[in-house]
Design a protein around this ligand. Structure first.
Ligand SMILES: Nc1ncnc2c1ncn2[C@@H]1O[C@H](COP(=O)(O)OP(=O)(O)OP(=O)(O)O)[C@@H](O)[C@H]1O
Ligand SMILES: [Mg+2]
Length: 362
């Protein structure tokens, strides 16, 4: 719990309330330097306490050049002597990311400036997550039913073909029973893949960067020389409790997809970050891990986009359309979510996983 950074500004209870808020709150002194910001602001603006306190607001976040800047909004509040609100304001935050927020700024002669940012995207994101969950559950149910119906007769078919083979004298005819057995085995493997991993996750403490470094080694072997993979790690991320083999599979599938989409050249960025107060599968976690796999390839066609996580959906001639369904299945099995944003030149897959709660203050 990060209470001590509020210093003498708030009582302990006030500080706890502020830290638990979903809205990002910043308090600035009259000279507009930051005195305090809560955990949600730390998460939204991608700053740490050391980077934020004492800084001018404009150093931490800015509006695009074409829009009204933050100082003008504060001037406005000062002039009219009450709080001002701006809706759907684009903010460029500390690490260059863009976020869409509603902003409320008020001035108090004792406290200074109080600024509240409410991310607009997060409610859209929750709605998107819910819709995705429904699709995922419906697809899982369908696959489970289908797999059951297909697998049972396959066993019988294989057994009958083997019996038939023993009765046949001619090698030529055995070729046909071999084709039956071969195709039955292929179908069975397909159904197994459709059903997802047949072992439950074997969780243990895992360092995400060790997983990603392992994936890097596996992937480097078949990476064209004109594709660069860049890694941007937040090394302060604590261990998560997960199945390392499944995590390797998740990130290998995402990296392979990025590489296959890029047509031989470009850059893939793998970025790790900590997030605070994340809602994953309708549960709030104080701490979460986000891994972004970003490529500068051509992006995903809009008509394909809503279906990419469904099994057997592929745009590649040799693709089975299982990579993302497996990613989704495994990440959800770990209590996490995976989301995608895509436009030509930038496709981002974001995997979010819960992190165990830490006791130390940040
Ligand atoms: N980074 C990306 N850039 C562009 N398109 C992508 C990207 N990732 C996935 N896709 C699209 O999503 C589709 C589904 O991906 P998925 O991994 O599920 O299947 P696949 O790669 O086609 O086959 P498989 O992974 O089973 O070999 C892909 O065929 C591709 O069209
Ligand atoms: Mg794939």
């Amino acid at each position: 719990m990060s209470i001590n950074r509020t210093g003498p500004l708030f009582s302990q209870v006030e500080a706890q309330v502020l830290e638990a808020l979903d809205a990002a709150v910043l308090v600035l002194e009259m000279g507009r330097r930051v005195r305090y910001f809560n955990a949600a602001a730390e998460n939204l603006l991608r700053i740490s306490t050391g980077q934020g306190v004492g800084q001018k607001l404009a150093r931490l976040c800015q509006t695009p050049e074409s829009a009204e800047n933050l100082d003008q909004i504060l001037d406005d509040a000062e002039r009219i002597g009450s709080s001002v609100t701006r809706y759907a304001l684009t903010l460029h935050v500390f690490d260059g990311t863009r976020v869409l927020v509603d902003m409320i700024a008020s001035v108090d002669s004792l406290l200074g400036w109080v600024i509240e940012f409410r991310p607009v995207e997060s409610s859209l994101q929750h709605a998107e997550e819910e819709a995705q969950e429904k699709i995922f559950n419906a697809a899982q149910e369908m696959i489970r039913g289908l797999a059951h119906e297909v697998k049972n007769p396959l066993g019988g078919l294989r057994g009958a073909a083997q019996l038939l083979e023993q009765e046949l004298d001619s090698g030529e005819l055995r070729e046909y029973t071999q084709i039956i057995i071969h195709e039955v085995d292929r179908l069975r493997r397909l159904v197994d893949r459709l059903q997802g991993p047949n072992t439950r996750p074997q969780p243990c403490p895992v360092n995400i960067h060790q997983v990603l470094e392992h994936v890097r080694r596996l992937q480097l072997a078949d990476l064209p020389t004109d594709i660069a993979v860049r890694f941007d790690y937040d090394l302060s991320i604590p261990d998560l409790y997960a199945d390392p083999e499944q995590l390797v599979q998740v990130f290998l599938n995402l990296l392979r997809n990025a590489q296959q989409a890029m047509m031989g050249h470009g850059e893939i960025l793998v970025r790790t970050r900590v997030e605070r107060f994340v809602t994953l599968q309708q549960q709030i976690h104080r701490l979460g891990l986000r891994v972004d796999i970003i490529d500068d390839g051509p992006g995903i066609a809009p008509d394909l986009f809503p279906r990419i996580f469904l099994p057997l959906v592929s745009s590649r001639a040799d693709g089975m359309g299982m990579g993302l369904a497996i990613v989704q299945n495994m990440v959800r099995g770990h209590g996490g979510t995976v989301q995608c944003r895509s436009e030509p030149g930038q496709t981002v897959f974001s995997v979010r996983l819960p992190l165990p709660q830490q006791r130390s203050a940040s």
